[in-house]
Write a protein of this length. Structure first.
Length: 121
């Protein structure tokens, strides 16, 4: 189960254990591809095309801003993918509207706490 994500995004921390658990229950190995800036996208997506047959795009502001470019690349290279609803609207194959478990979404509310549950002031 390949994922395109930004490793520097702390919001991935609570999501990845759930993805590993779901993948493992379906006998899928989680493979992560890191894109931290728009300059990384072509190389990362090309590597994914060589290694895998599809991918999951995780929410991240940089990836959201580049959803159209990622969707166009995936479409042009026949690389099925799924991601946030804006990704589907920007030519991605599928959009996934997900809801984080209450414990995670409450803990990650940037107005109150950081990703580790500390008071963010």
């Amino acid at each position: 189960m390949p994922n395109l994500l930004n490793f520097s995004n702390p919001m991935n921390e609570p999501i990845m254990p759930q993805m590993r658990e779901v993948g493992s229950s379906r006998k899928l190995t989680l493979r992560q591809y890191d894109a931290r800036s728009p300059a990384d996208l072509d190389g990362v997506i090309s590597a994914m095309k060589a290694d895998v047959g599809a991918f999951v795009l995780l929410d991240d502001s940089m990836l959201i801003d580049n959803a159209a470019a990622i969707g166009k690349f995936a479409l042009n290279h026949d690389l099925p993918s799924i991601g946030f609803p804006a990704y589907a609207e920007a030519d991605g194959l599928l959009g996934l509207r997900h809801r984080l478990p209450r414990a995670i979404s409450a803990r990650c509310d940037v107005r109150r706490q950081d990703h580790k549950g500390r008071d963010a002031g």
